[in-house]
Write a protein of this length. Structure first.
Lengths: 111, 112
């Protein structure tokens, strides 16, 4: 029931791009994306609702492919502040109101 | 604006002792409320969620329980803590209008 995230970890140099994927075997109602810094609570980035929309937030954007039950988070021209663990959270059509999180993707941006 | 509070921020408790963690939300009404637990270096595990006063859904059978005595208050309890209850406990709320989920600052619990 937990969504699958890939990759598990990624190391980038400042200015490089990254893509983090989140996929589900069940029909999705929405996908949420969060970033968590070490020792802190997760911070909401964006939510994508069923309908295949794409959203943007500064240099971070995301897409939702309803057909594939998959979402991707795009980080462009990465900055040191992007470092952290990225989680996707999914709500399923059969049980919305309940967000289930993936295992997380650790992203490290180095100078 | 909406804010979410959790207390205490850190807690060290012996095995077998009781637990009570509190979460309150300000600036909104009738939010969906959630309790998550995060073990060290791991992901977020959904424990309980509530869509209204007195309405609690449990996701994981364990020695924890939750209650929602007021619209913007969510309490996590245990009668007897286990070593495996150690972790970072996070409360979250969702606005019914915007579907965005926001987390409180968390309580770091160590059971010794």
């Amino acid at each position: 029931q937990q969504p699958v995230q890939s990759p598990q970890a990624v190391i980038l140099r400042e200015g490089e791009d990254a893509v983090i994927n989140c996929s589900s075997s069940k029909a999705l109602y929405s996908v949420h994306w969060y970033r968590q810094k070490h020792g802190e609570a997760p911070v909401f980035l964006m939510i994508l609702l069923k309908g295949g929309e794409q959203k943007g937030h500064e240099k971070i954007s995301a897409s939702f492919n309803e057909k594939k039950q998959q979402s991707s988070l795009y980080l462009t021209a990465s900055q040191l502040s992007y470092s952290g663990t990225y989680f996707c959270g999914t709500e399923y059509e059969t049980s919305y109101d309940k967000v289930i999180f993936g295992p997380g993707t650790s992203l490290s941006v180095i100078p | 604006s909406q804010t979410i509070h959790q207390w205490p921020a850190t807690l060290v408790q012996p095995v077998g002792s009781p637990l009570s963690l509190e979460c309150t939300v300000e600036g909104t009404s009738n939010p969906n409320l959630y309790w998550y637990r995060q073990a060290a270096g791991r992901g977020l595990q959904l424990l309980f969620y509530s869509v209204g006063i007195g309405q609690i859904s449990s996701e994981v059978p364990q020695n924890l329980s939750a209650s929602r005595p007021q619209d913007r208050q969510f309490i996590l309890s245990s009668k007897k803590l286990l070593l495996s209850d150690s972790g970072f406990y996070l409360c979250a709320w969702v606005s019914g209008e915007r579907y965005e989920q926001y987390f409180g600052p968390g309580t770091r619990l160590t059971v010794t």
